[in-house]
Design a binder for this molecule. Structure first.
Ligand code: AHR
Length: 657
């Protein structure tokens, strides 16, 4: 297999990895120098594209364009997971209740601290202690949370509050829960919670903001008392939670604007839950799915050693699967396979528990409710099985230099999964020889857009006698936190090759999908956001244009001219013909399009055009620097000229019959 392109990790704290990757990159670079012909610099001539509508090629799979997500860049916590309270489980720092502060108004006094003497559950033994000095008349004392770089407040919005609390003596008054502006303490909205007692109990409320207030982020969430009788008492809080409305109303669910953006990509699959996040630096910090189920207060969370921050596991296995389900994508479930990022390889005699874990995990996802883990799924609120058809064994096991993946690890998982679930397809993350690979996951990262254009024909030459391929991760790593137009164009050229080889390549997903702009771990990402707003990159538009402009079958097409700067792929369904055309040059090019085998030529349609300066990026403050424009087409006949702007991707959706 000649197409293996090792990913290049932008943020890599492991020197040995860096060395190994550098060697691979050098090797690839040399191959590139030898194999890729120099691009002609001359001005392009008129190009021709012939579309043979009746010469049908391979079917295009429903999984052709997908999504991949893991907990990186605050993709879940502080991102897609709608929870607004940061450090809800108080485990981000063992020594201090970071992201929390005491809240006092007037001459009131109080202080906060972590407390391990008042455990809520065994999974969450820490609580936030509020020692109240004095509550001044008409004033307040409480605890405040700063959220993930601010608590977003919007007009006419309901926020669900929930927390556990207890008091050193029964409080006579009610508590207030409020959304408060940081600058001046202005209370945007608040609600009352009944007086707390001296035993742990759960309290809930809904805060409704008024209409007409401006959306803002520099706010805190506050729980406070104004009862002077609480002076000198102590209160404890745990698992404090604040949820805005979520996508499709899922209780423990996801942020609406980000889900809408993901759903608009129409991902055919969702590869979850990693990535390096699945592996952890060591087995103890892998994604240990059994600890991520049930009520949030019973989830211990874990150290996300792959990306250097605490994961509270509010997004547990159930939520990862629900995420895919909510955007109607087939989950590709990656299971931990005994290899972690620090190069820790599980020996053969110790592998069995991980194989059992994987089988249990699959049973949780798709087993009948009469099975133990299927019953657990039902108890967790999802009796119906999820639509899992592919299981990925590990992640990037090509980085395990010991050869253990091929020697015994892949085989152990393959045999066990196939014996129990023969209908599932197994995705390998490195080439193996001792068992079949149904699908092989290839990752492509490079900081040079031309690397991707140069790989537009890579899959044309790959044997059809081997496994299917899924490009589980790709990205031109051109800029941060999201990429440039030139990177997107390189990716577009690459995606023409992926679609044109739909008989071989069954999917492609950009990585990483999400980043909170306040703390990216990875250099280039697809969608950026803070707590309040979000934006998409040119690469997003490219992926969306591909995902939403293809038919059921490829059709034969022939492109001439363009001096290697034009790339295309064509497909059709019953009455529509789709063409994606990349002009990866700085010159406008006109192309003659001719359709054969259509009775009436092109009766109408649209041309969606993404064009922009190669260095352009979208940002939070300028989210629409690069956006596609849709043009209506009418009565073109069977032959027409098409102008391709410089540095552009054009998606034709032609009404043909
Ligand atoms: O997408 C970021 C990381 O790149 C993934 O976690 C890993 O699979 C790859 O190295």
């Amino acid at each position: 297999m000649s197409v293996w392109a090792s990913s290049e990790r932008w943020f890599d704290r492991r020197a040995s990895w860096a060395g190994r990757r550098a060697a691979v990159a050098l090797l690839l670079g040399l191959t590139w120098l030898v194999l890729v012909p120099a691009m002609a610099l001359a001005a392009p001539r008129r190009a021709n594209l012939i579309l043979h509508a009746a010469r049908l090629g391979a079917p295009i799979s429903s999984t052709q364009f997908g999504a991949f997500l893991e907990e990186i860049n605050h993709s879940g916590d502080g991102g897609l997971y709608a929870e607004l309270v940061r450090n809800r489980d108080l485990k981000e720092d063992p020594n201090a209740p970071i992201w929390w502060s005491q809240f006092t108004t007037g001459h009131s006094t109080g202080s906060i601290a972590l407390d391990s003497t008042q455990p809520l559950t065994s999974a969450n033994p820490l609580s936030l202690r509020l020692s109240i000095g004095a509550v001044a008349p008409g004033k307040s004392v409480g605890v405040a949370n700063w959220g993930y770089w601010g608590v977003p407040v919007r007009p006419s919005t309901s926020y669900r509050v929930s927390f556990f609390a207890k008091s050193s003596r029964p409080s006579s008054g009610v508590l207030s829960v409020s959304l408060v502006r940081l600058l001046d303490g202005k209370v945007w909205a608040s609600a009352k919670v009944k007086a707390i007692t001296n035993a742990w109990a759960r309290y809930t409320a809904v805060i409704r903001t008024p209409s007409g207030i401006p959306p803002s982020l520099t706010n805190r969430f506050v729980i406070s008392t104004s009862d002077t009788a609480d002076s000198g008492s102590t209160m404890w809080f745990a698992m404090v939670s604040l949820f805005p409305p979520t996508y499709q109303g899922l209780a423990n669910g996801f942020r609406i604007d980000l889900m809408q953006k993901i759903a608009a990509l129409h991902p055919g699959y969702f590869r979850i839950p990693g990535g390096n996040y699945l592996e952890g630096e060591n087995p103890a910090t892998r994604f240990d799915w059994k600890t991520t189920l049930g009520p949030i207060e019973d989830r211990p969370g874990h150290d996300n050693t792959a990306w250097g921050y605490w994961s509270q596991d509010g997004v547990g296995l159930l939520e990862w699967l629900e995420l895919a389900e909510q955007v109607q994508a087939q989950p590709i479930l990656a299971v931990y396979d005994g290899y972690s990022l620090d190069g820790i390889v599980t020996p053969p005699e110790a592998l069995a528990p991980y194989v059992t874990d994987a089988l249990d995990e699959i049973q949780y996802a798709i087993g009948p409710t009469s099975s133990p883990w299927g019953a657990q799924r039902a108890a967790d609120g999802h009796p119906a099985p999820f639509n899992v058809k592919m299981i990925e064994v590990g992640n990037e096991d090509n980085l395990d230099p010991s050869g253990s993946y091929d020697a015994y690890r892949y085989a152990a998982f393959y045999d066990a999964i196939k014996a129990n679930y023969p209908q599932l397809r197994i995705v390998a993350t490195a080439p193996v020889t001792h068992r079949p690979m149904d699908v092989l996951d290839e990752h492509f990262y490079h900081d040079t857009p031309s690397y991707f254009a140069a790989h537009a024909h890579t899959f044309d030459h790959v044997t059809r006698h081997g496994p299917k391929i899924i490009v589980g991760e790709y990205a031109a790593t051109t800029a941060s936190p999201t990429g440039t137009m030139s990177g997107a164009l390189g990716e577009a050229a690459f995606l023409t090759g992926i679609e044109r080889n739909a008989d071989l390549v069954v999917g492609a997903s950009y990585a990483p999908l999400l980043t909170n702009v306040n703390e990216p771990n990875w250099y280039t990402n697809l969608i950026g956001y803070n707590g309040l707003t979000s934006f998409v990159s040119p690469s997003y538009w490219v992926l969306k244009m591909f995902a939403t402009n293809h038919g059921r079958r490829l059709i034969a097409s022939r492109l001439t001219g363009g001096h290697g700067t034009l790339f295309e792929v064509a497909s059709r369904s019953l009455s529509h013909t789709y063409v994606l055309l990349v002009n990866d040059s700085g010159l406008t090019q006109t192309i003659n399009v001719r359709l054969t085998d259509t009775r009436r030529g092109v009766r109408g349609g649209t041309a969606t055009v993404l064009a922009g300066n190669p260095s352009s990026v979208n940002t939070l403050s300028n989210p629409n620097a690069v956006v596609p424009a849709v043009h209506r087409l009418r009565g073109l006949g069977s032959q027409f000229p098409l102008v391709l702007p410089a540095d552009s991707l054009t998606a034709l959706n032609l009404h043909t019959s």
